[in-house]
Design a binder for this molecule. Structure first.
Ligand code: ATP
Ligand code: MG
Length: 430
């Protein structure tokens, strides 16, 4: 065989069949939870015009300044692999006039792309599940979105996260606060990192998001953002907290929490988890009351979140969360010899057509090896058809959990009835 000369691109990953169940279970569980909260799925394209993200995510954001994978089409127009989900959702919301509904509740899931330095929990192609509630400025909706996010995490078997909460205010409160921040950092002797010195001019709020130790040590004593909220932002923030309390959702106020995207207003939140190392945020979100208008629509308040699926899986692995299997293999068919094999091909078809997940040994293995494989596949039952059974026109059905064996007639419909009954597919009746 020739040597393999192509590798996957750094920061991207093949998801192999043995891992795919974990992903599918997460996606299915998410769909179930979203349905409970009346959210509907919207799938937007992977490729968008670059301008969408520049205006939607913001010129001073890390995403736009250094993380976009952009390419030119044949006419020289700049396209970008979507780095985040909110701007495309709002684009679609406006194009398809989804705003006809008073409140649009939308969820999405799929791959996103950012040119970052790959490390555990930080990929260049990663996957997010996200939700946006568009058209509602009630603080209850902020709380509902947070409680939906926590419900999702619990459904994925994750507890022990920490909800960090802040309000970043609106343009009215941000103006004076940004000035205060500039004054504060200018008065400090130790300089900010070169990136932050640029940020200080363009958008000083970005400085608060810097992870570098030299900047962090200055940030901890910076003026706290909530002290500068205008009356209506302050009232909104108080109400969000009161509703969270009444829902028994505990949170930690984090006065320097800002989101990495420029469009956030008022509520900002992040969920961190101790099982994650330095990339400790598993999900983040907040309110973005100006984005719809900025993208050409009417002034429309909105709130949402996104969680990182790879980081969920990291936590599940670290915490040894065993989510229930999607559908267990019901029957593994173990024929001995050609005649038995032929019988079982028919039974296999019958079982599958009746919705019973089944598999057959196509390789003529010995019984011992068939049982070993059935065990590995976590089969509930093994149906054995050997010489003895053929002679007696029966099949032996072995319960792999209890080891108990039963003999049943080889007749296809009798056999199917029996298996359906032991699998509780036919409800017991008097
Ligand atoms: P971080 O501070 O970790 O870079 P972020 O603020 O850039 O996160 P968001 O844009 O808010 O992240 O995305 C929401 C979630 O998506 C994050 O909390 C994280 O779980 C996940 N995420 C973001 N970027 C990546 C990435 N490059 N690889 C894997 N997951 C990611
Ligand atoms: Mg980031």
């Amino acid at each position: 065989m020739s040597r393999l000369s192509f590798k996957e691109i750094r920061g991207t990953e093949d998801i192999l069949p043995e891992k795919i169940g974990v992903w599918r279970r997460m996606e299915n569980a998410a769909r179930e939870v979203f349905d409970l909260y009346c959210y509907e799925e919207l799938r937007t394209p992977i490729l968008e015009e670059t301008g969408l993200f520049i205006s939607g995510v913001g010129e001073t954001s890390d995403i736009v300044t250094k993380q976009m994978f952009s390419l030119a089409d044949r006419k020289g127009r700049s396209l970008t692999l979507r780095p985040e989900g909110t701007a495309p959702i709002i684009r679609a919301y406006l194009k398809h006039r989804i705003y006809k509904n008073p409140i649009a509740k939308i969820f999405y899931m799929g791959p996103f792309f950012r040119s970052e330095r790959p490390q555990a929990g930080r990929e260049r192609q990663f996957h997010q599940i996200g939700a946006e509630a568009i058209g509602c400025d009630n603080p209850s909706m902020d709380a509902e979105v947070i409680s939906l996010l926590i419900h999702l995490l619990n459904k994925f078997g994750i507890t022990g996260g920490r909800l960090e909460l802040n309000s970043v205010g609106c343009s009215l409160c941000q103006g004076p606060y940004k000035e205060k921040l500039r004054e504060y950092f200018a008065g400090e002797e130790t300089p900010l990192c070169p990136d932050c010195q640029r940020r200080l001019n363009k958008n000083p709020l970005r400085v608060l998001d810097c992870k570098r130790p030299e900047c962090q040590s200055l940030i901890v004593d910076a003026p706290p953002l909530p002290d500068y909220l205008c009356n209506s932002c302050s009232e909104h923030f108080q109400k969000v907290q009161a509703i969270l309390k009444s829902l028994s959702i505990s949170y930690h106020l984090h006065p320097y929490l800002v989101r990495g995207l420029d469009y956030y207003t008022r509520t900002a939140f992040e969920i961190t988890h101790p099982a994650l190392g330095s990339q400790n945020a598993v999900a983040a979100g907040g309110r973005f009351d100006n984005l719809v208008e900025k993208m050409g629509g009417e002034l429309t308040p909105a709130v949402g979140f996104a969680l990182g699926m790879e980081r969920i899986i990291l936590i599940q692995e670290k915490e040894k969360v065993t989510a229930p299997l999607e559908t267990r293999l019901s029957v593994y068919l173990a024929p001995q010899g050609k005649e038995a094999f032929q019988e079982m091909v028919n039974l296999l078809k019958e079982l599958r057509q009746n919705g019973i997940k089944s598999e057959l040994d196509y390789e003529g293995k010995r019984l011992k090896n068939q049982l070993r494989l059935a065990n590995k596949l976590n089969a509930q039952y093994v149906a054995i058809l050997g010489e003895e059974e053929l002679r007696r026109k029966t099949i032996t059905l072995k319960n792999m959990d209890t080891g108990k064996q039963e003999e049943l007639p080889i007749d296809l419909s009798d056999c199917l009835n029996f298996i359906s009954k032991v699998l509780h597919l036919i409800p017991p009746h008097i």
